[in-house]
Design a protein around this ligand. Structure first.
Ligand code: NAG
Ligand code: NAG
Ligand code: NAG
Ligand code: NAG
Length: 598
């Protein structure tokens, strides 16, 4: 007996230590939060209500204080929302920002006074700050610009004055609302391309408006008697000499830009030419080998469907609709003999790039252990071949033996969506419009295939970003349709549901720019949790946000994605519905592009 007591004691002692250390830290934060609340000056009537909390004998998260939202995992305060509560005190950032994980603070429409102290920068993770509709005074602390994650700030309708700090230092800022205050000085040069909301009207700003994008109209600037600009009643004074100088600078800028473009283009041209010549010489070399080799003199069409016995195993390559001349007349052995390069190896098979002698590059998918009879496989391939969609990569030929199945596709040199999103991008930006295009094209292609093959029960079965390829013209092209019999559940309809789920994950990849599995993080799960606990805006790819992609439509696409990845398959929409939703979203996007062009 005694032997057991000691370890149990030790374990509980360790537990005790862990707990007490964890709790002590929380206590400091909790006490600081209570101080913060006391400074805010809540009226007695509120303090006496049940569930108000905000006292030192309860916990902000487990006792859910009024207006507090916590991270469900580690129980730290993430949001404090105390709006329209007739708070009449001051804002004690020194106490509040002991809670360093705070993401959202909203105290709008209260009667708070005093100034905003520099300790605000201790709330390092702050993303949303709403202090509008109070009586705050004094100037904004410079330390505010140290909040690197700040997305939206609303300090409108206060009594703030002085010069603005260098707000453009916060690179991800989406909203800046400071109207109806007493700010003075010149407007900093905001990144107007990125800003979604901007208002500095009714202050005392002076000097010229640096908004050269024309994105925000006069209403965002009016009511500053000393501010001048094209859209305001007061035009900026013109200094002739300076303007000339500006012009010269501008034109010489254009000239330099032109020169750079010219040099780049010619470099590119030269490089291409070189490459072309390289491949040419390789080709002719190969031809030389071919001509002197065994296969010389063979007429391609002669072997279009050839059947050679190879050690008892039938080695016939069945050529389907082949737009690729080179495949006609090729035999299984030719394929095996051609130099092959392993492109990838998965759970169900491998992928090779094969360049047959004198032919164009092909991709051969080798599937192992697919328990399907020869006839069934053949029927399946023929059926898929009958249904043609321009955005579905056709199978050029296939080979089937008991041990293995080979499928031949034309090689697509522009790579896959996976490469584009997660590979090295050579500095090129994959913009919102292009992503929406990919989503739309893929959905339409799948919708067509699903409708045509519903009765045959042939779904894609393995949709992922590495199976979405780009043609020479960078058109989307879905690869590997129907190569997998999905065995998740017994009903046939499940395969189609699973396709919808997988497509939803593709949408998430497009929206977040994150791969499906990074650090063991399941993308769908992550997005779900962020959407549930925090502001939806946080899930989006930073590059899209910087580009200024319309947040409303990104949210709309996210909602479509969330429908697709719904946990219960019956609730998921059909891919046809999904395609229709994305098409209308794309149309809306295109319309807005046209109308916002000057
Ligand atoms: C609130 O409670 C305190 C004591 O807890 C009491 O003295 C006070 O009268 C109460 N105020 C109101 C408005 O209920
Ligand atoms: C502290 O807050 C909790 C949670 O709202 C409440 O149940 C408790 O009565 C409060 N204690 C005091 C002393 O006000
Ligand atoms: C708690 O979790 C959130 C996200 O889940 C994280 O941002 C935060 O830093 C964590 N806080 C602590 C104190 O670990
Ligand atoms: C808040 O301020 C407004 C205007 O200054 C005043 O009319 C109102 O009574 C104040 N409310 C409280 C609760 O102090």
């Amino acid at each position: 007996m005694g032997r057991y007591i000691q370890p149990i004691f030790c374990v509980s002692f360790v537990f005790f230590l862990l707990f007490s250390v964890g709790k002590m830290e929380d206590d400091d934060v909790r006490d600081a939060l209570v101080d913060f609340m006391n400074a805010l000056g809540p009226p007695r009537t509120i303090q006496n209500t049940t569930n108000w909390g905000w006292n030192t004998s309860s916990d902000p998260c487990t006792n859910t204080w009024h207006g507090v939202t916590c991270d469900s995992g580690n129980k730290t305060v993430q949001k404090i929302v105390l709006e329209q509560l007739s708070l009449t005190g001051t804002l004690d950032f020194e106490s509040l920002c002991e809670e360093t994980s705070l993401l959202v603070l909203s105290l709008k429409f209260n009667n708070l006074t005093g100034d905003l102290s520099p300790e605000i920068s201790n709330c390092k993770k702050l993303r949303h700050l709403y202090l509008n509709g109070n009586h705050f005074s004094g100037s904004l602390p410079d330390s505010l610009t140290g909040l690197a994650d700040l997305k939206r700030i609303d300090i409108s309708n206060n009594e703030l004055d002085g010069k603005l700090p260098d707000m453009p230092r916060i690179t991800g800022l989406l909203s800046f609302l400071a109207q109806n205050n007493r700010f003075t000085g010149q407007l900093p040069n905001f990144n107007y391309h990125q800003l979604q909301d901007f208002d500095v009207s009714n202050n005392d700003f002076s000097g010229p408006i640096p908004d050269d994008t024309g994105k925000f109209g006069a209403n965002s600037f009016l009511g500053n008697p000393n501010l001048c600009g094209k859209k305001l009643p007061k035009a900026c004074p013109v200094k002739k000499r300076k303007k000339n100088l500006n012009n010269i600078l501008m034109y010489s800028g254009y000239a330099i830009l032109g020169l750079i473009v010219l040099v780049l283009v010619s470099l590119l041209f030269l490089k291409r030419k070189e490459k072309h010549e390289d491949t040419k010489s390789v080709d002719s070399e190969k031809k030389g080998v071919n001509d002197s080799g065994i296969s010389s003199g063979k007429n391609r069409s002669e072997f279009s469907i050839t059947s050679a016995e190879n050690g008892g195993v039938s080695a016939s390559l069945v050529v389907l609709s082949s737009p690729v001349e080179a495949v006609n007349g090729m035999r299984f052995e030719d394929l095996l003999r051609a130099p092959a390069e392993l492109m990838g190896r998965g759970k169900h098979g491998s992928l090779y790039k094969v360049i047959p002698t004198g032919g164009i590059p092909l991709v051969v998918k080798r599937i192992k252990d697919w328990d399907i009879s020869r006839d069934e496989f053949k029927k399946r391939m023929q059926r898929i071949d009958q249904v043609k969609h321009p955005k579905v990569l056709p199978v050029v030929a296939y080979y089937c033996s008991k041990q293995e199945k080979l499928l031949v596709y034309e090689f697509q040199q522009n790579g896959s969506l996976f490469n584009l999103l997660h590979g090295s991008q050579n500095g090129q930006h994959f913009d919102w419009g292009s992503r929406l295009n990919v989503a739309c094209g893929t959905a339409e292609a799948l919708a067509f295939m699903h409708a045509e093959l519903q009765n045959d029960g042939i779904a894609h079965g393995n949709i992922k970003s590495s199976n979405i390829l780009f043609t020479q013209d960078m058109e989307v092209c879905v690869s590997e349709y129907g190569l997998m019999v999905v065995e998740d559940g017994s009903q046939k309809s499940n395969a189609f549901n699973l396709d919808v789920y997988a497509f939803g994950v593709i949408l998430l990849e497009l929206l977040t720019g994150k791969p499906v599995q990074s650090n063991g993080l399941d993308l769908a799960q992550w997005v779900n949790s962020v959407v549930k606990e925090e502001w939806t805006g946080e899930v989006f790819d930073k590059k899209l946000v910087v580009e200024g992609a319309n947040e409303e439509r990104m949210v709309a696409l996210l909602q479509i994605a969330l429908k697709c990845i719904n946990g219960s398959p019956d609730v998921r929409p059909g891919i046809g519905q999904v395609a229709a939703m994305i098409v209308s979203l794309k149309e809306e996007d295109e319309r807005s592009m046209v109308s916002s062009d000057p």
